[in-house]
Design a protein around this ligand. Structure first.
Ligand SMILES: Cc1cc2nc3c(=O)[nH]c(=O)nc-3n(C[C@H](O)[C@H](O)[C@H](O)COP(=O)(O)O)c2cc1C
Length: 296
C-alpha cells in the first residue's frame, strides 16, 4: 500500500491524489457579482450541502496552486455577499468547463460560454437558465483555510430560493433522479454522468436496526461465495429468522434440490446454498437469502 505524508508532496501532487480519490464531486456553477455590477460565472467541485435546516451549501474557490492568486468568485463575494448555485447536467458540461477558463476580471463567462442569464428574484447575480436547478443564496460566512497556494476559502451559502425545471420532476413533484442527468467531477479531466443504468438503490434502515454482519454465523461471515456487499444486505435484516422459518425454507423447490443433491457432502451443500442465496439477493429477496444461508 502506498502511504503518503501530505507534507512530503508538492501541493499539485497532493491535490492530484485527493481529487482522484475524493470523487465524484458534485459541481456548483456559481454566479456572483462585484460592486460595479460585473457578473462572474465559474464552476466549483469542492462543493456540497451541509445542512438542510438551515439550508446551507458550501463551496470553495481555492487560492491558485500555480501562483497563489485568488479567484474572481471569492473577490466578488467579499464585495457582494450573494450568489446563485446552479446545478450542472450533462447537456451543459462542456460550456461549464469553458466557463472555468481564466478570463480577465470583469469578463462575463455567460457570454464566453454561450449560456443564458436569467434574472434572480432575491439576489443580484443572475441564474443560469440552462441549469436544471438554480438556488439563490445569501453568503453567511467566508472561512479562509490559509494563505498558501492551494488553500481553500469556504463559502457558506444559505439557500433562500430554489428553482427547479418541471421537466426533471416526477408525478409527485419530486426530482426524478433518472431525469436530472447529473454530472460530477473526478480527478484530472475525468467526469462522470449519472445515467439510469448506473443508478441503483441501497435499502437504508431509517427506523430499523439491522442485526449486523457480526450476528451472522461464522461460516456465513467467512463464506467463499458471499461478497461484502451481500453480507451487508444480510446484516441489514432486522431479526434472525426463527427455527421454524428456516425449516420451512427447506421446502422451497430450489433449496430442496440443493439439499437432495448434496446429501453427505457438507462443503458442497454450503457452497451451493450460499450460491442460491446470492440469487435471492439479486432478486431483492433478502429474507429468503438469510433463511437459505442459515440452513444447517
Ligand atoms: C468542473 C470544474 C470544477 C472546478 N472546481 C473548482 C473548485 O472546487 N475550486 C477551485 O478553486 N477551482 C475549481 N475549478 C477551477 C475554477 O472554475 C477556475 O479557476 C475558474 O476560472 C475560477 O474563475 P474565477 O476566477 O472567475 O472565479 C473547477 C473547474 C471546473 C471545470
Amino acid at each position: 500500500m502506498l502511504t503518503i505524508k501530505p507534507a512530503e508532496l508538492s501541493p499539485a501532487q497532493l491535490q492530484n491524489y485527493m481529487q482522484y480519490a475524493i470523487a465524484p464531486r458534485p459541481i456548483c456553477f456559481a454566479t456572483t457579482i462585484d460592486l460595479e455590477g460585473n457578473i462572474n460565472l465559474s464552476p466549483f467541485s469542492f462543493f456540497n450541502m451541509f445542512s438542510s435546516n438551515p439550508p446551507i451549501c458550501v463551496f470553495s474557490p481555492a487560492r491558485r496552486v500555480r501562483d497563489n492568486t485568488t479567484k474572481h468568485t471569492l473577490q466578488n463575494i467579499l464585495e457582494v455577499r450573494e450568489c446563485v448555485i446552479n446545478i450542472v447536467n450533462y447537456a451543459m458540461v462542456q460550456q461549464t468547463s469553458l466557463a472555468s477558463t481564466e478570463y480577465a476580471k470583469g469578463v462575463n463567462e455567460f457570454e464566453k460560454a454561450g449560456l443564458t442569464m436569467l434574472p434572480s428574484e432575491l439576489v443580484r447575480p443572475p441564474r443560469v437558465a440552462e441549469a436544471p436547478v438554480q438556488m439563490e443564496c445569501i453568503v453567511k460566512e467566508i472561512i479562509s483555510l490559509g494563505e498558501n497556494a492551494g488553500a481553500g476559502n469556504l463559502i457558506l451559502a444559505e439557500v433562500k430560493l430554489i428553482h427547479i425545471k418541471e421537466e426533471i420532476l416526477d408525478a409527485d413533484g419530486k426530482i426524478d433522479q433518472e431525469k436530472i442527468d447529473l454530472v460530477a467531477r473526478l480527478g484530472g479531466d475525468w467526469y462522470c454522468r449519472v445515467t439510469p443504468e448506473n443508478l441503483f438503490k441501497v435499502a437504508k434502515p431509517l427506523t430499523t436496526l439491522g442485526i449486523g454482519v457480526d450476528a451472522l454465523p461464522f461460516d456465513v461471515r467467512n463464506s467463499m461465495e458471499l461478497t461484502g456487499n451481500e453480507l451487508g444486505m444480510l446484516g441489514n435484516i432486522e431479526h434472525l429468522p426463527s427455527a421454524a422459518e428456516i425449516d420451512e425454507m427447506r421446502n422451497h423447490p430450489a433449496v430442496k434440490e440443493v439439499l437432495d443433491a448434496t446429501i453427505g457432502d457438507g462443503s458442497t451443500r454450503t457452497r451451493e446454498l450460499h450460491g442460491l442465496a446470492k440469487q435471492f439477493l439479486k432478486q431483492g429477496e433478502v429474507f429468503q437469502a438469510l433463511k437459505t444461508v442459515l440452513i444447517d
